[in-house]
Design a protein around this ligand. Structure first.
Ligand code: F0G
Length: 470
């Protein structure tokens, strides 16, 4: 363990902590609120943390998306924006960074990850197709479904068990994938949708051995393998720590090898890449690139900016390079682990092993007395906010949405509340405050009654749904 909690400090001699590989140059004051104010804000927000005003939030762990702190080098890059409509210098820097660190030949810039998901789904999927993936992500699956595909979860069973200590809970179950290929036929599967550090499973990694095996299976059937590279540098750290033969390899080397087994990737740069907006799609195939480049100008912007300003692309190119630094990734994931270890010591049910970007509270065990239909994870997010002004996010039955065929709720095994840690933003002291608030909610758990859904949007309902207390 690198950071020590207050309890164990001073008990160990010769201990060597690490600290963040940066110091703070500018600060943003936080709003502290009292409980009556939070109770009002929460009711106004329909008990949905997405609908809170950020001014009413103390520690914002809603997401690690677009919430990172940029470095002084990135801010300096913002002043070097070449805001030409076409052929911006910054685009070429970005292209160079993606080629160098991810290894793909062709780049299509997009405004963020879902812009890239839209383009790739629209280009490759025909109605009636099937997409296997290592658990779903909300926007990814919806774009695949809107393009006419049926999504199939082919992740290993351990991923659905929050208590399983499997080191690579993001792995594809090869038998499930092979069975699907047999059942629907390879020609109905335009690509396998593989995500690094699987978000909905708790930020769980995929091993190098697994991506290699998936590649072989895809090759045997002539199926493309595409990567959601959103949090792939975090995945690379887990490979370095847990997989034999990688302890001496750098994050950058591991990233490049992993991507080398895939035919292309989509990326939400708002995560790993330490920027507030941006994304891309990158592929090796020339004719696929041509189609994507034709489509990007319809939906995102010209093929040399894709919805980003020149300055955004410069900050992104610099962010990519910073994101693969071993010291950076170790401290980023180390901070998440520090919070997870504190909660584990206090016997609070979380998804283990602790993942890369967030600690996921296991609301099923936290509120063992609440049925899934009264939204335990949504309830926990509301209670946490009420207790301390900490904002988290539901990742359970609300996020899973409804079955397009039956219209009933999808009922995922995992009913989680995500404490997502922005990169380079909060300190270890903030993590202590978060842990203590979770503990306070845990101690008061028997009083929780659950929520009732009173407004439900058609798509991605978790963003804008409204609830009332039961
Ligand atoms: N893929 C993954 C694995 C993601 O986590 C996200 C976004 C996307 C794709 C879509 O990218 O937001 O840039 O359009 N996840 C955010 C989150 C929203 O909070 O987990 P985007």
């Amino acid at each position: 363990m690198r950071h020590q909690s207050l309890h164990t400090m001073g008990q160990q001699h010769g201990r060597r902590s690490w600290a963040e590989p940066w110091k703070i140059k500018m600060v943003e004051p936080l709003n502290m609120t009292d409980r009556p104010t939070r109770a009002r804000a929460l009711a106004d927000a329909g008990y949905n943390t997405f609908l809170l005003h950020s001014a009413d939030v103390y520690i914002d762990l809603l997401t690690d998306s677009g919430t990172s702190a940029m470095s002084d080098r990135q801010w300096a890059g913002m002043l070097l924006g070449d805001e030409a409509y076409a052929g911006s210098r910054n685009y070429y820097h970005l292209e160079e960074a993606v080629r160098r660190f991810y290894g793909y030949r062709h780049l299509v810039p997009t405004h963020q990850g879902r812009g890239a998901e839209h383009l790739i789904s629209r280009t490759l999927i025909r109605p009636g197709d099937h997409i296997p993936g290592n658990m779903y992500f909300t926007t990814t699956r919806l774009h695949q479904e809107l393009a006419g595909a049926t999504f199939h979860d082919v992740i290993v069973d351990e991923a659905h068990d929050p208590e399983s200590l499997h080191p690579f809970k993001g792995d594809v179950d090869l038998a499930k994938l092979a069975a699907l290929i047999d059942e629907v036929g390879a020609e109905q599967i335009p690509y396998v949708s593989l995500a690094g550090t699987v978000n909905m499973a708790g930020g769980q990694p995929v091993s190098m051995a697994n991506v290699r095996a998936v590649r072989e299976l895809c090759d045997r059937h002539g199926i493309r393998l595409l990567l959601d590279a959103t949090r792939m540098v975090e995945n690379a750290l887990f490979i370095q720590e847990r997989e034999e033969g990688y302890a001496q390899r750098s994050i950058a080397e591991i990233l490049l090898e992993f991507c080398g087994y895939t035919d292309g990737a989509w990326m939400s740069s708002k995560k790993d890449h330490l920027v507030n907006i941006g994304g891309w799609l990158a592929v090796n195939d020339d004719s696929l690139f041509e189609e994507l480049r034709n489509l990007v100008v319809v939906y995102e912007g010209l093929h040399t900016y894709g919805g980003m300003a020149g300055r955004d692309m410069e900050a992104l190119a610099i962010g990519i390079e910073e994101s693969v630094s071993d010291d950076h990734v170790r401290s980023r994931v180390g901070q998440v682990r520090y919070l997870g270890e504190l909660l584990t010591q206090w016997q609070i049910p979380i998804v283990r092993p602790v993942g890369g970007h967030a600690v996921f509270l296991d609301a099923r065990r936290f509120y063992a007395h609440l049925a899934q239909d009264v939204f335990p994870a949504q309830t926990l997010a509301a209670e946490l906010y009420l207790d301390s002004g900490i904002r988290s996010m539901e990742r359970g039955i609300v996020s899973a949405g409804r079955d397009p065929e039956t219209g009933d709720h999808k009922r995922p095994k995992l009913e989680l509340t995500r404490l997502t840690i922005p990169r380079r933003v909060y300190t270890q002291a903030h993590m202590d405050v978060v842990a203590e608030s979770v503990k306070a909610c845990f101690d008061a758990r028997d009083a929780a009654r659950g929520l009732r859904l009173v407004y439900e949007p058609r798509y991605l309902r978790f963003f804008q749904a409204r609830f009332e207390p039961l």
